[in-house]
Each structure stands twice: as C-alpha cells, then as structure tokens.
Design a protein around this ligand. Structure first.
Ligand code: AMP
Ligand code: MG
Length: 331
C-alpha cells in the first residue's frame, strides 16, 4: 500500500511530523516549486542509501542537497565564489542549483563520490518550512523511479515511489513544474550543466554569458543528463512540424501551443494556449503522463522555440525521445 498522502492544508501537524521523520532517518516526499522530491537527511548515509534503493537510481548519479538558510552552506560547501553569491542574492530561494566543492561533512554517497556537491534553496514555502524544521540539509532527487517522468503532483509521486516512502506531503501541483537549472561554479567560468526552471537568460543577465556543458564535459559531473531520461514508456518522437495525416492514427500530439490542424490524432495535449513558457513547463510532466496512460502507439512532441523556459522543455523532450540507448552516457 505504501505511504499515505497527507494534505498540508487539512493537517496542521503534517510538516512537523515529516520533519521528525526525516530527522529519524525516514524518507519523505515533499513538494518544491520545481517537482516533488524524495527527501532524506543529507548527512545520514543510511537514509540516503534508501533513496537510491527506492528510486532504483544508480549510485553514480549524485543527489541535490536542499537548504533553508544560506548560512548552512558553510557546513557543506568548501567555497562560495562571488558568481555564486551574486546568483544566490538574486535567485535564491528558487529553481537554481549550484555545483560547488564539497566539505567532508557531506557523505560520498550523496555526491556519488564526486568532490563537489549540488545545492539549492527551494522557494516553495512548504519545502522551506520542512527543511527549516529538520534543521539541516535535505538530499532530495525527484520522487520518481530512475529514468521516469518527474512527478509534479503528490498523486504522481505516490504512483512512482509511494511504496518506499514513509510520508507524502501534498502541497498541490508544483508551480514551476520542471527541474532546477544546474550551474557548476567549480571553475572560474560558470558552466550550465542542465537547463531548467530558471531561464538561462535570467542567469546571464546577472553574471554574463554562461558556457554550456558539451556531452563530453558532462560525463564526470553526471547531472540529469543521461541520454535517455525523463521518459514516458510510450515511444516519443520530437518533431519540428506536425506529422502528416497518414502518421496520426493511434498517435498522440504534445504541442507547445495551438495547432491549426490537428485532426486524426488519437489524443492532443496543448501545453499553453497563449504559448506561455511558464504555463507550459508547469503542465509538461502531467501532460506527458496523460499521454503515456492513453495506450498510444507513439507520442509526437512538437518542439518549442529555443529560448527561455522552452529550452528546458525541449531538453526534457529530447531526452525522452531517445529510445535505443537506455541509460547510455554520452561523451
Ligand atoms: P534529480 O534531482 O533527479 O533531478 O537529479 C539532480 C541532478 O543533479 C542529477 O542529475 C545529478 O546528477 C545532478 N548533480 C547532483 N550533484 C552533482 C554534482 N556534484 N555535480 C554535477 N551534477 C550534480
Ligand atoms: Mg530526477
């Protein structure tokens, strides 16, 4: 049966109980503004090991550590370069993760043996409240089985990892809906490791042009960048134009905005009628889950424009479209 969903709006003590559970080494599913996370005390290797088991996540894929107070960085990051400070001043709490050199306090399991740690201060009030009540960093990857779609509702998280979690906090649908943007600050030149919920353009407005990780660069850092990732079970093709009628029978269409002529598809999901990227990101994973549950022969996903939050949406769809190279590491 697994963990029961506890609605924070109707259960006044739910967050307190969840904090106690995490402090005792338990696993708690909780909402952040990006997606639902499966949390564990980041400084408790046994609890962190359970996260890997429940997610069936390979040990080489490190976790993001969530904090509620910038002072906590002292404990877990061995350096906080000026670029990180500028970005944190502007965008924390928010959907931005830094990769920084780690201290000895952070268990190797959390960072998959890397000398660096990924850290984020989430903006979701419930996540912040929970982490503050835990009183220390919470390691939390997305609350899904490895390689699957990230959950943006408590119900989707329960479907994915409910069996293995001790508690599930329901704070409603995630407002951003797509994972955080990851920036490495290990070198003097900041490096974009994963596009995500904070647009690249916003980051560049504060620290100037960002280098992008090429696949070959990414290998030792392994962010959510396995070639095939964030994937539905139904084969998905990323396309730049709506496929011809002959290909539509039995297939579904995922479209960024309105399409002039979409007759013949078995199902159509439109992410945002006004082509608003924030709305589209917030709806992406639930739309993909609906398409995946509809028994379609194929999902055609129409590319969005390569700017702002659409970049992160296109990135997820690109990874979801890789079929024949499961778990392959590029580079
Ligand atoms: P998830 O929370 O499942 O979206 O995954 C978070 C992503 O952050 C993973 O893909 C990790 O590989 C990435 N990440 C975590 N720690 C590091 C690190 N030290 N260096 C680079 N990427 C990291
Ligand atoms: Mg994930």
């Amino acid at each position: 049966m697994g963990a029961r969903i506890q609605s924070v709006s109707t259960d006044g003590r739910a967050v307190e109980q969840a904090a106690a559970c995490l402090r005792a080494g338990g696993l708690v599913v909780f909402p952040t503004e990006t997606v639902y996370g499966l949390g564990a005390d980041a400084l408790n290797p046994k609890a962190v090991a359970r996260v890997f088991e429940v997610k069936q996540r390979p040990r080489f894929d490190p976790l993001i550590v969530h904090i509620a107070d910038i002072e906590w960085l002292r404990d877990i990051a061995a350096a906080f370069p000026p670029a990180a400070r500028k970005l944190a001043d502007r965008f924390w709490p928010g959907p931005l993760t830094f990769v920084l050199p780690k201290t000895d306090r952070v268990p190797d399991l959390v960072t998959a043996g890397l000398p660096s740690v990924a850290v984020r201060m989430p903006r979701h009030p419930l996540a912040l409240d929970l982490i503050r009540q835990v009183g220390g960093p919470v390691a939390a990857p997305s609350a899904n089985r490895f390689g699957h779609l990230s959950p943006s509702t408590a119900e989707d998280a329960r479907t994915e990892v409910g069996e293995g979690a001790d508690m599930i906090l329901d704070g409603g649908p995630c407002p951003v809906g797509i994972e955080s943007t990851i920036v490495s600050l290990l070198d003097p030149n900041p490096l974009l490791l994963r596009p995500g919920g904070l647009p690249l353009e916003d980051i560049e407005s504060v620290i100037g042009p960002l280098a992008r990780a090429r696949h070959a660069d990414e290998r030792p850092q392994s962010p959510g960048r396995l070639l095939r990732h964030y994937a539905p079970r139904t084969p998905l093709s990323l396309v730049s134009a709506v496929p011809p009628r002959a290909d539509r029978a039995g297939a579904g269409l995922l479209s960024p905005g309105p399409v002039p002529e979409a007759g013949g598809f078995a199902m159509v999901e439109m992410l945002s009628p006004a082509l608003d990227a924030a709305e589209a990101a917030a709806r992406l994973f639930s739309a993909l889950r609906r398409l995946d549950a509809a028994g379609l022969s194929r999902i055609y996903a129409l590319e969005g424009p390569e700017r702002g939050l659409w970049r992160a949406i296109n990135d997820r769809l690109r990874r979801a479209s890789v079929r024949d190279a499961p778990d392959e590491i590029p580079g």
